[in-house]
Design a binder for this molecule. Sequence first.
Ligand code: ZN
Length: 359
Amino acid sequence: MQDPLSGFPPGKAAIFNGKGQPFEFITRQVPPLRPGEILVKTLYTTLCGSDIHTYCGRRLEPPQVVLGHEIVGEILRIDAAHSHRDFGGNPIGPGDTVTWSIFSVPAGVTAPRPDMPQKSDQLFKYGHVLAEGNDVFNGGLADYCILRSNTALIKISSYIPLPVAATISCAHSTVMGALRIAGEIAGKKTLVFGAGLLGLSCIAMCREAGASWIGLVDPDAGRLKWGEQFGADHAYTPPKNELPWPEADIVFDMTGSPEAMKMGIDSLALGGSAIWIGAVFPAEPVPVDAQKIVRKLLQIRGLHNYNYEDFVNAAAFIENHYRKYPFEDLVEKEYPLDKVEEAFVFASEHKPVRVGIKI
Ligand SMILES: [Zn+2]
């Protein structure tokens, strides 16, 4: 039944009420759009590692939340106050396939640094906010998503497989940011810890950026087998004693594991850089040998989320390379929205690279 006000049928949302609680399915009318907002029909959402951490209670979110922030959708309606253009200036309209930034900086708020909008005050993040009343279409595990007025969105080709398109707005954009802060990749030896989606995306991006050698490290032999298909020269399980790989100019950590980060620093060549993006949950401190950092002129840099430049570059990377690398195969299992509980159980027990929710 169409709602006489919005013209669209009511939508379902899967509410997460905390660890150990079953998902609650609710149905709501589409609320009227506020100035500059866009109504999107959610097409596909992939469960990101941080969604799984929340499900398992390792990360805390609001008491009731519509999870999911790796989302792709189709525009249904654009409020008149919107520019009707995407972040790149291309005209957009109903029927277009779009991806959008995980965050939206509220109107009137200035970013603390122009290159770090993701750290603005009062930041709104899709899939991370309280879902209450009519305001439930704000995460990926729902039929609709309402895009806030100043959300960076990009129109993408409808040919990109949906499970791949969904991962642009978290995994690939974050990795693109990691490459940005790493600086020049061409001709460099790079070593990547973690063969999840972040690590495999990193390998593919380093390959395209002209790295001279790429190594991949992960304790899971099943995941390591992906390395070669994404451009790794060599895949390793973590060694017990001596490091089996050459010294690297750039080491990326996607694991958040203190042991891996320490091993990464120990792997760096003179003047090398360690880029950390995996440490997004509480863990033991990383023991750092300060003398090594000083005498070998090393750098350690961290990145959380990404900026607009990273998002645009990640969308372009996927647009250009989704056929070349088997990203679609990394979404190992797919569920409908009403089986989202099973999807989380499968993801937390079997640790696939990604699980997809087809909506
Ligand atoms: Zn994520």
